[in-house]
Write a protein that binds this ligand. Structure first.
Ligand code: ARG
Length: 575
């Protein structure tokens, strides 16, 4: 149990003992001002309203029934009936010891572990990954790490687009090139250029469009030669993705790829079963599902098309098949989709249809973790100078280059190899953190200068805070782990309380899929550490206090490292 849960437990019990109805929420919040204590219980007012009694009177009764003597040094009634809880230093110190002696910072695992499928990254393999794939890839990966950390079984699913008409065009172009391996792999090393040339031929060259269509037909009919060519293309394209994943320190591997094409065999069944469930309606030759809850502006229902009039299947059909697979084969209790906000209607229709058709149980949690767009400085979607899409690999290379220049300037004495290593960790960390620290549902402006700054809520700031603590340890020599923790100064107590709140940040990230909560937590923690460091000298203090403060520093470093690790961001001992 974290502090919030612990207080919730005690205050809820006291509320009931004071006459409040069962399940009355205690509404425990971290206080934002020291004079209000460390935590507040705000549930008394709501309960008093229900009971139609004076809230301060109820608060007094709650206090009489509340025994926090082990945890809190005092609990006060404030304002209309808030309870302000001041935690006890001795209790905080005990909790810190438990965290220091644990591999997982003593963070309790989920009480109801689930099987959670996380659908993320999922680029279309016809093209190279571009900046539009960044958000899904890194936010999804952070959730994979956080959910795994607290004991859920997480299954990564990379639902890549590897099927459809574009591949006919690509295969036709591919097959007309000299097949000697090297020339071809040269061409495919720039997938984006390859796509552009194929598209140009498709648009301009006589007969090419027909050839392309033939390829699609052959591919779908299972023609072996065509399939082999396609497979070769897919392998190269996936290799591009994997290069990005490893550069980004993202966990996805080839084993997590579950492409659209993997569901081809089941698409006809999906249609048949929707029909059996009485959900299909023919509209202008196409097979559609109309559900009342999806109305457009004119009050007309927006259909989900699941089969075109020519018999072809659609994106929604594949997603329905995927959802069945995630239930039947993967046994998921919860599925999180990290997909652009613009696909919200599509996904919500898929979820509703899957439940209406009983493809998945009603209680299965299906959540669209929507995110906004990454914008340029001009407030428009991020583009190259001439208006083209920015390849993700180019963005990452630029991040590392900029970080390299910065490190070279700040720390010219490091060897070139070391500077490269720092540049990679800081550059990639900066790009990821800048994104993860924003509220995911809104658009955000991509800005090199702010993300690479050593001040403010950035990766370099946190990485630097970590490195700084490591340098204190280098100067201090050995830490005596058996030393008693003393939390006498206000800054020590504040840091101690913050250190014990990682679990509360994680709780929210798990519930809402919002890594920005964890970022804010780490930023506040680093800030608390800096204030502590200024107010409480470490190395100059006498041994007893020095060791106590070193232990606080040690737990701070471990917490920063764990927290950043949960975001997929690495730390450095020196930078
Ligand atoms: N490939 C899709 C795209 O690039 C994203 C897929 C998201 N996942 C899903 N199950 N629909 O837009």
């Amino acid at each position: 149990m974290n502090i919030r849960q612990l207080l919730d437990h005690h205050v809820s019990k006291a509320l009931i003992a004071a006459g409040a109805p069962d399940k009355t929420p205690a509404v425990i919040k971290q206080s934002n001002r020291a004079e209000f204590g460390d935590y507040q219980a705000n549930g008394v007012m709501g309960a008093a309203k229900k009971l139609k009694i004076n809230p301060r009177e109820l608060a007094t009764k709650v206090l009489e029934n509340l025994d926090l003597s082990d945890i809190a040094e005092k609990v006060e009634i404030a304002g209309p009936g808030f309870l302000n809880i001041h935690l006890k230093s001795a209790w905080l110190a005990e909790q810190l010891e438990l965290a220091l002696n644990s591999d997982t910072l003593n963070i309790s695992p989920a009480t109801h572990p689930q099987t959670v499928v996380i659908d993320y990254s999922a680029p279309n393999l016809a093209k190279e990954m571009h900046v539009g794939h960044l958000r899904s890839t890194i936010i999804g990966d952070a959730l994979v790490r956080v959910l795994t950390f607290i004991g859920h079984k997480v299954i990564r699913q990379n639902h890549v687009g590897d099927w459809g008409t574009q591949f006919g065009m690509l295969l036709a172009h591919m097959n007309s090139l000299p097949s000697s391996g090297e020339a071809l792999s040269m061409q495919l090393s720039d997938l984006e250029g390859f796509y552009r040339t194929a598209k140009k031929r498709f648009d301009d060259e006589d007969g090419f469009a027909e050839t392309a269509r033939d390829y699609v037909v052959k591919l779908q009919a299972g023609d072996a030669e065509c399939h082999a060519l396609w497979q070769q293309f897919i392998d190269i394209s996936l290799q591009h993705c994997e290069d990005i994943y490893s550069r980004l320190n993202v966990l996805l591997t080839r084993d997590d790829v579950m492409p659209e094409s993997a569901y081809n065999h089941d698409l006809a069944n999906v249609i048949k079963d929707l029909d059996t469930a009485g959900l299909l309606t023919e509209d202008q030759g196409a097979q559609c599902v109309f559900l009342d809850e999806f109305k457009g502006k004119d009050d007309k229902i927006l259909p989900a098309i699941v089969q075109k009039s020519d018999g072809g299947y659609l994106y929604a059909t594949t997603d329905l098949a995927a959802l069945r697979y995630r239930h039947k084969e993967l046994h998921a209790n919860r599925v999180l989709y990290f997909v652009d906000a613009r696909q919200s209607l599509h996904l919500n229709q898929v979820f509703a249809i899957a439940k209406a058709a009983h493809f998945v149980p009603q209680e299965m949690q299906l959540e669209h973790m929507a995110f906004g767009t990454m914008m340029g400085k001009d407030g428009k979607p991020f583009k190259t100078r001439d208006g083209g899409t920015v390849k993700l690999i180019d963005l990452l290379k630029e991040a590392e280059q900029r970080a390299f220049d910065l490190v070279s300037e700040k720390n010219p004495d490091l060897s070139e190899d070391e500077r490269k290593k720092v540049a990679h960790t800081v550059g990639i960390g900066a790009v990821k953190y800048a994104d993860l620290s924003k509220n995911r549902s809104s658009d955000y402006i991509f800005n090199w200068d702010t993300m690479l700054s050593f001040e403010g809520n950035t990766a370099p700031y946190l990485q630097y805070a970590y490195a700084r603590i490591q340098s204190i340890f280098r100067k201090a020599g050995k830490i005596d782990d058996t030393a008693t923790l003393h939390l006498n100064e206000a800054a020590e107590k504040q840091l101690a309380t913050k250190l014990l709140q990682l679990s509360e940040a994680i709780e929210l990230v798990v519930k809402d899929g919002t890594p920005n909560i964890l970022c804010n937590y780490l930023f506040e923690l680093a800030g608390n550490f800096m204030s502590f460091y200024e107010a409480c000298p470490i190395l100059k203090a006498d041994d007893e206090i020095k060791n106590s403060r070193l232990k606080l520093a040690k737990l701070t470093a471990q917490t920063l490292d764990t927290g950043l690790g949960l975001l997929g961001i690495e730390t450095l001992d020196q930078m």
